[in-house]
Write a protein that binds this ligand. Structure first.
Ligand code: PEP
Ligand code: CO
Length: 458
């Protein structure tokens, strides 16, 4: 690519970056990071891109989810295990209903830094810099806590490596074996969801018994005992992304080796900005968040500069308009993208356009609004003849009380019980499963769609 260099983003306008007090210290940490082993390999990102290419053709579905912001405090093997269980369960529910492979991508093992709506936070008349994510500063509301500390980046690297190591073990080491579908269930999940999940698990067990009779089982077929699981995060903190970018020795191309998939946030997708510049030169699959402020023509332009060869699987447009806005904005965006003949995956983020403040003062998201955005997203795609290819959610495997509603009927008053998020409110395990069940019906229409083929760009 002409004029692109690993550090060419440094000469472009940049938003949402911390200012470190000691430049020498941060430079040393970045230098150290640039010598650390890659967390993921270029070949893995390539294989994800290929699978995403299938999503863009209507032949697979993308499930992307995890924390809004990972934290040092919630770092625990049980949390990783329970998160992984919910992803497996959701994926099973979606596979059974859509009859399509579900590509699993976590917001995990590196999803730390956050863009914030205000650079400062005021509490009881005191003003301090905002919390920017555990790899930058601390939630603690003190001057020391909110000062960006370079060493946090090293801790985040080691947490990401250990998290990814466990996820790889779960994916490949037998935990994800389809014969264990019953064991993915969790005790605190409500009875209705448990019952529905059991019915699906029974179906799968029957299918496995049939296949076993035909001589195919998880001992002689790897596909039955392992899953592919990929990682992703927002490419926000560019000095770190740069430090983790390496040249793939097999192709000579640049790859970000801290995640398989990177996305550009809604606040940092300026065409002439640093984030877009950095992403132009790496070969990983990329996401672009699209919100009510995005101009459809500009999004098309972004797909062109980030994907000049129009490679299927390279770009996922992650729509996050809000339940009451998606019907207004999404059709035009789809029309422009179709008109330009751009290959994209259409994914729905029903979280970031639906954040409100509860009467009890917590940032929350009503489950009904989340569900309604997903339903409207599917409906718009059906009307436009395009494939609703993915779901992007903030979720956890824990029984937290951060989003209101759902079968547990979490109220504004309940939010304080287990409100653990370090940034935005997440769906808890119950709500995540409920969402998967509730969109199963929509997804079945998708299955018909992929049978009948994609409509050509007109
Ligand atoms: C996020 O995904 O956590 C985020 C900040 O989203 P957006 O860029 O869509 O606001
Ligand atoms: Co968020």
């Amino acid at each position: 690519m002409t004029n692109w260099k690993l550090n060419s983003w440094r000469s472009k306008p940049i938003k949402h970056q911390p200012v470190y007090a000691d430049q020498g210290k941060i430079d040393n940490v970045l230098k150290e990071l640039s010598t650390f082993p890659p967390l993921v390999f270029a070949g893995e990102s390539r294989s994800l891109k290929k699978k995403l290419g299938e999503v863009s053709q209507g032949k697979a579905f993308l499930l992307q989810g995890g924390d809004c912001a990972e934290s040092f405090l919630e770092f625990h093997p049980n949390n990783i295990r329970d998160f992984f269980k919910v992803v497996l369960q959701m994926s099973l529910i979606l596979t059974v209903s859509s009859k399509l492979p579900v590509i699993k991508v976590g917001r995990v093992a590196g999803q730390f830094s956050k863009p914030r709506s205000s650079p400062v936070e005021v509490k009881d008349g005191k003003e301090l810099p905002s919390y920017l994510g555990d790899n930058i500063n601390s939630m603690e509301f003190t001057k020391e806590g909110r000062d960006p500390q370079p060493e946090r980046l090293l801790k985040a690297y080691s947490q990401s490596a250990a998290t990814l190591n466990l996820l790889r073990a779960f994916s490949q080491g037998g935990f994800a074996d389809l014969n264990k579908v019953h064991l993915w269930n969790m005790s605190f999940v409500n009875e209705t969801a448990q019952k529905k999940y059991k019915e699906i698990a029974e179906k799968v067990s029957d299918a496995l018994a049939f296949m076993e009779a035909c001589g195919i089982n998880s001992e002689n077929n790897r596909r039955l005992r392992t899953v592919n699981f990929y990682t992703s995060h927002e490419a926000l903190l560019l000095p770190v992304e740069e430090a983790m970018t390496r040249i793939d020795s097999t192709t000579g191309e640049y790859h970000n080796t801290s995640a398989h998939f990177l996305w550009i946030g809604d606040r940092t997708r300026q065409l002439d900005g640093a984030h877009v510049e950095y992403c132009k030169g790496i070969k990983n699959p990329l996401g672009i968040k699209c919100g009510p402020t995005s101009d459809p023509k500009e999004i098309v332009k972004l797909t062109e500069v980030l994907n000049p060869d129009n490679e299927p699987g390279r770009i996922t447009l992650i729509a996050r308009f809000g339940h009451d806005q998606v019907t207004k904005f999404l059709p035009n965006l789809i029309k422009e993208v179709k008109k330009a003949g751009r290959n994209v995956i259409w994914s729905c983020d029903p979280m970031h356009g639906n954040t409100i403040k509860s009467s009890t003062g917590f940032k929350t998201r009503p489950f009904d609004n989340v569900l309604s955005e997903v339903k409207n997203f599917f409906k718009v795609h059906q009307d436009q003849g395009t494939f609703a290819g993915g779901l992007h959610i903030e979720m956890t495997g824990q029984d937290v009380t951060e989003c209101t509603g759902g079968a547990q009927n979490i109220t504004d008053k309940d939010l304080s019980n287990r409100y653990h998020t370090h940034c935005d409110p997440r769906l808890n395990a119950n709500q995540a499963l409920e969402l998967a069940f509730l969109i199963s019906e929509e997804i079945k229409k998708n299955a018909n769609f992929s049978k009948n083929g994609i409509q050509e760009a007109s």
